[in-house]
Design a protein around this ligand. Structure first.
Ligand code: ASN
Ligand code: ZN
Ligand code: CA
Length: 345
């Protein structure tokens, strides 16, 4: 006999949250029968290519202690992040799971040894979360990371964007954009929405400015590109860097050319500095996150293919904006202007 249950997670990054679990003989398991039976496993620090682990079982349905000293803590974050991503896609786009078939995915936590990464595998239909190095990085179970990894599964299902050249950048950017939208959709007090990727994986991040990627200012992470195909842009570079162009497009489209709240107005965050300006347009206004997400998702779902290039992504998102808002809409013009401001014409 098993039945859906509601437990409590004492997470690493979000404080205390509610977890959808399953009651079984002898306790509860981290399986979410309300979202396609997605479940969370302890990989016990196996290989980073692992495809399985052991089921977490808990007697009182209270998971973790808020610190990584309890192996269930990171599991609580991951389980919650998957549920939040599922809900974001379902509530926003009517998408039921990664493949839109109502089937949940598997999450493996405590993968690898001091692994500072997380990944998605279509083969195991699973995501894997490393523990971090324990010095600079803690387990990579933050909401934007969960949304990022699950979105790799969505990308594989809807358009199969390759993981190289422009398509690779669009693949990575799709994960960063949707991961960010997931984070904003929860807006947890301990991890409020922002345009940073991975800011919660740092053991110490007092000003909240450290991140794997800063979607509004690519050159802060040391490698991401600002303008296509200028300012040193290399088409065959790491997709986590070529994604910068589309991340910048999404930021400008949503928020406009303004420094995000909390980042001051100092020179290091001057978004109109010549190092960041592609076409001289420094006055672009945003259309907001909801419309940006709707346009990007429709482009992913309907128009992107495995080999979409940046100029083709411009056309794809313009077509998506036309479908959603019309050819003469402010949204359509904003898409064109935001791409141009990231060098894509
Ligand atoms: N964390 C990385 C990502 O999802 C793993 C990778 O390099 N593919 O992008
Ligand atoms: Zn990725
Ligand atoms: Ca974030």
């Amino acid at each position: 006999h098993t039945a859906a249950a509601v437990g409590t997670g004492n997470t690493l990054t979000l404080g205390t949250v509610t977890l959808d679990t399953n009651s079984v003989t002898g306790g509860y398991e981290l399986k979410d029968t309300t979202r396609g039976n997605g479940y969370t496993l302890d990989n016990h620090n196996g290989a980073t290519t692992s495809t399985t682990g052991t089921q977490y079982i808990d007697a009182d349905n209270v998971w973790g202690n808020g610190s990584n000293s309890d192996r269930a803590t990171a599991a609580a974050d991951a389980h919650y992040g998957v549920a939040a991503t599922w809900d974001y896609y379902k509530n926003t786009f009517g998408r039921s799971g990664i493949k839109n078939d109502g089937v949940g995915a598997k999450s493996l936590v405590h993968v690898g040894t001091n692994w500072v990464n997380a990944s998605w595998s279509d083969g195991c239909f699973c995501m894997r979360y490393g523990d971090g190095d324990g010095v600079t990085y803690r387990p990579l179970v933050a909401l934007d990371v969960a949304g990022h990894e699950m979105t790799h599964g969505v990308t594989a299902a809807v358009n199969g964007l390759a993981y190289s050249m422009d398509a690779g950048g669009l693949n990575e950017a799709s994960s960063d954009i949707m991961g960010t939208m997931v984070e904003f959709s929860v807006n947890n007090a301990n991890d409020p929405g922002d345009w940073l990727i991975g800011e919660e994986i740092y053991i110490s991040n007092p000003n909240g400015t450290k991140a794997l990627r800063q979607m509004f200012k690519q050159n802060l992470d040391g490698g991401s590109y600002v303008c296509y195909p200028k300012k040193g842009f290399r088409r065959n570079d790491d997709p986590h860097y070529t994604s910068g162009v589309a991340n910048r497009f999404a930021y400008l489209l949503s928020e406009g050319a303004v420094v995000p709240a909390g980042f001051g107005a100092g020179t290091s965050y001057n978004l109109t500095a010549s190092s960041l300006v592609c076409n001289g347009d420094t006055a672009i206004a945003g259309i907001g996150r909801a419309k940006t997400a709707a346009i990007w998702y429709r482009a992913m779902d309907v128009y992107f293919t495995s080999s979409t290039t940046y100029p083709q992504a411009r056309t794809a998102t313009l077509n998506a904006a036309k479908d959603l808002y019309g050819l003469n809409s402010a949204e359509y013009s904003a898409v064109a202007r935001a791409w141009s401001a990231a060098g894509v014409n």
